[in-house]
Ligand binder design. Structure first.
Ligand SMILES: Cc1cc2nc3c(=O)[nH]c(=O)nc-3n(C[C@H](O)[C@H](O)[C@H](O)COP(=O)(O)OP(=O)(O)OC[C@H]3O[C@@H](n4cnc5c(N)ncnc54)[C@H](O)[C@@H]3O)c2cc1C
Length: 462
């Protein structure tokens, strides 16, 4: 069937990818229905609002080097696109440090470790292979690998770096680097960055009540323009006939479609279409959102935790915008990764006390008595896990789904793509251009992984 201007595009997932595509299509008069599992829009880019406290899904900021994406974000947020400077930290060797690291970190490093790192700078045998372990050993040497990368990865991902593909480093570690001057793709460049005379300064956009405002605005515009957004409706079935998707059933309603844009997790559409034998796993995360009395102790927007504390990162919404908490209070969002179905996922409340103990022990807060409230928020499928064979599995999945000529896969979850909001938005803009030009969906492929090519070009972190 040709795709006419009256054809009905169904978009599964109201994260930034799905909403950007829906926005562009309705603006051009297309008939669009967005189907979303949750009762709110935004996906991983949502915000939680508890009275006057506002939290994001961990630290979230709009940062891009793509001018079209930057213009689009400003166009949607209007006067709520406020530019703020970045200030992030890392807790290493028992102390808080600025991130990217400053010379002070060298003084808190045990002397023996300093010598071992210096030795690694001069003698790094080349390790062969595609693994994350090989990548890190070649870049940073054995000491930093054993002291930081290995334990951090095992704590965060429950996988040994030896079992992960090196793309995990390209997407994750390199993006913890903030701008071109702050390269960290070798031990030498990491050291050079640490020794820069001035800390690296970058800015980003942030709305006063959290990044979810961007998705809320898109949702409003889509509805104003006649688009339909169905919330609280997880997709239950996808019906295909003669190599085309003909309907999607969600929330008990069967919705006929001419085109299907899928931005929900890729394994789900595989299982709904009966595609078997493909293993693509996601990590999930429990977010503990604390409302706390008194001022913030460390002014970092987010802090990486590489020690034996149970969490991997803590973010502070009030360090993004003071408007995210009532005067005299602040919020802290603790990330505690898990796998769907494990004890952390099934009983997150069992870990609250341990997390509070660790917040006090690491001097992130002074006293547990300052905690006014905690909201425990499990979020499924936060990170695609790049195991050693992930590219082969992904290729098989894309090939099997490629049989459906009116199906398009987009976004972080839909493409199994460890990306940032600006990548999902940019991809959404170019994909909708192609749809509007009349290009057949089966021919549109825009998985722009270019940002991995060059670490120093990396725009943002996680
Ligand atoms: C902790 C953390 C910190 C991050 N920090 C940043 C940052 O600082 N800057 C940045 O740019 N990016 C950041 N990111 C990445 C960013 O969140 C994502 O790149 C972006 O939000 C992905 O949007 P998306 O629309 O592609 O996917 P998603 O947001 O995953 O959207 C998929 C949608 O599909 C829906 N869905 C799932 N199953 C179903 C179903 N069965 N039926 C219907 N709908 C379904 C989901 O609810 C969701 O709304 C961070 C991510 C995480 C996890």
């Amino acid at each position: 069937m040709p795709e006419t201007s009256s054809s009905h595009a169904v978009i599964v997932g109201a994260g930034v990818a799905g909403l950007t595509i829906a926005h562009q299509l309705v603006q051009s008069g297309r008939r669009v229905t967005v189907i979303e599992r949750d009762t709110f829009v935004g996906g991983l880019g949502r915000s939680w609002h508890y009275g006057a406290f506002h939290f994001d899904v961990g630290p979230h900021r709009f940062h891009t080097e793509n001018p079209r994406v930057a213009d689009f974000i400003r166009q949607i947020l209007q006067e709520e696109a406020i530019e703020i400077p970045r200030l992030s930290g890392a807790r290493m060797f028992g102390k808080f440090h600025e991130w990217p690291l400053r010379p002070s970190v060298l003084f808190s490093m045990p002397i023996g470790m300093m010598f071992r790192c210096a030795f690694d700078l001069l003698h790094r045998p080349k390790v062969e292979g595609e693994s994350f372990e090989a990548d890190i050993l070649n870049k940073y040497g054995r000491t930093l690998y054993e002291v930081f990368f290995k334990p951090y990865t095992e704590k965060f991902l429950f996988h040994s770096p030896a079992d992960l593909h090196r793309d995990w480093a390209r997407a994750g570690v390199n993006r913890a680097v903030i701008d071109k001057r702050a390269s960290a793709d070798t031990l030498w460049s990491l050291l050079k960055t640490t020794m820069l005379p001035k800390p690296v300064e970058t800015t980003f956009l942030y709305p006063p009540t959290g990044v979810g405002r961007f998705s809320d605005r898109l949702d409003e515009i889509i509805r104003e323009r006649g688009g339909r957004v169905v919330l609280g409706a997880p997709v239950e079935a996808v019906e295909a006939r003669d190599g085309r998707i003909v309907s999607v059933t969600a929330g008990g309603e069967r919705i006929a479609c001419d085109q299907l844009v899928w931005t929900a997790p890729m394994p789900l559409i595989n299982s709904l279409l009966g595609i078997e034998g493909i293993t693509l796993n996601f990590l999930s995360t429990i977010f503990y959102n604390f409302e706390i009395k008194g001022p913030l102790k460390h002014n970092f927007q987010w802090t990486y935790h590489g020690g034996d504390e149970s969490f991997s990162r803590v973010s502070a919404p009030t360090a993004f915008a003071s408007t995210t908490a009532p005067a005299g209070t602040h919020g802290l969002c603790v990330e505690f990764t898990c796998r769907k179905g494990d004890e952390r996922w099934s009983h997150p409340e069992r870990f609250t006390e341990r997390i509070i103990d660790d917040l006090v022990r690491t001097k992130t807060i002074d006293r547990r008595e300052d905690i006014l409230n905690v909201h425990v928020e499990p979020v499924p499928e936060t990170y695609p896990i790049y195991t050693l064979d992930y590219l082969a599995q992904l290729t098989r999945s894309l090939k099997a789904l490629g049989q459906y000529r009116n199906l398009l896969l987009a976004g972080r979850s839909g493409r199994f793509w460890y990306n940032n909001m600006d990548h999902s938005i940019g991809q959404g803009l170019t994909m909708s251009d192609k749809i509007l030009r009349g290009q057949a969906l089966a021919e549109i492929d825009d998985n722009d992984r270019e940002f991995w090519a060059e670490a120093s070009e990396a725009p943002a972190n996680q």
